[in-house]
Design a protein around this ligand. Structure first.
Ligand code: NI
Length: 185
């Protein structure tokens, strides 16, 4: 089932998300719905706050990048209770976009490598260092779990440049091809 994607301005996107337990109601159905919602919107990552749930659940599918990054062929992952432990001093700058901020694309500087802990869909623990494009996607998605979106990480100048777009989004003015939940005024 395709769920509406909550857009910038929705309070849930500013909440710190909570860990969940294996008895979370209809979890596997929720995960399926998140993948379907993400694919429908042509995204590569989706965090539960973006569908209105302040829980630490993220889905990622990087298969669409396999032409440029062969290591991501059929790379589909579920991250539960994900937490970033630390990041490298070395950073990268890369353009990002977000299904909750349609129409905005900006370069964001982030650590090149991150130490993460999470559970997979079988609630098996993982503790690893991640680099490359995946580290970028994880940091973007896991930010959603801390109540942050990528525009929060822009320089004051770049934020100023996007001020009107952000204001319009916060007022519920956005055009996108997928189903959304936006502020109505
Ligand atoms: Ni996002």
């Amino acid at each position: 089932m395709i769920l509406p994607i909550y857009l910038y301005g929705q309070p849930v996107l500013k909440k710190v998300a909570e860990d969940i337990t294996p008895d979370y109601p209809q979890l596997s159905e929720l995960i399926d719905n998140m993948f379907e919602t993400m694919h429908n919107a042509e995204g590569i990552g989706l965090a539960a706050p973006q569908i209105g749930l302040a829980i630490r659940l993220v889905v990622v599918d990087l298969d669409v990048l396999a032409e440029d990054y062969p290591e991501y062929k059929e790379f589909r992952k579920v991250y539960i209770n994900a937490h970033i432990i630390e990041g490298s001093d070395e950073t990268d700058s890369m353009e990002e976009g977000c299904l909750s901020l349609p129409g905005i694309h900006e370069k964001v500087t982030r650590p090149s490598r991150i130490h993460v802990k999470y559970l997979d869909e079988n609630f098996v623990e993982h503790d690893e260092w991640v680099d490359g494009f995946l580290a970028r996607v994880m940091q973007h998605e896991f930010d959603h779990l801390e109540g942050k979106v990528f525009s929060d990480r822009l320089s004051p100048l770049r934020r100023q440049m996007n001020k009107n777009k952000l204001l319009n989004l916060a007022k519920g003015k956005a055009s996108c091809a997928y189903k959304t939940k936006r502020v109505l005024r």
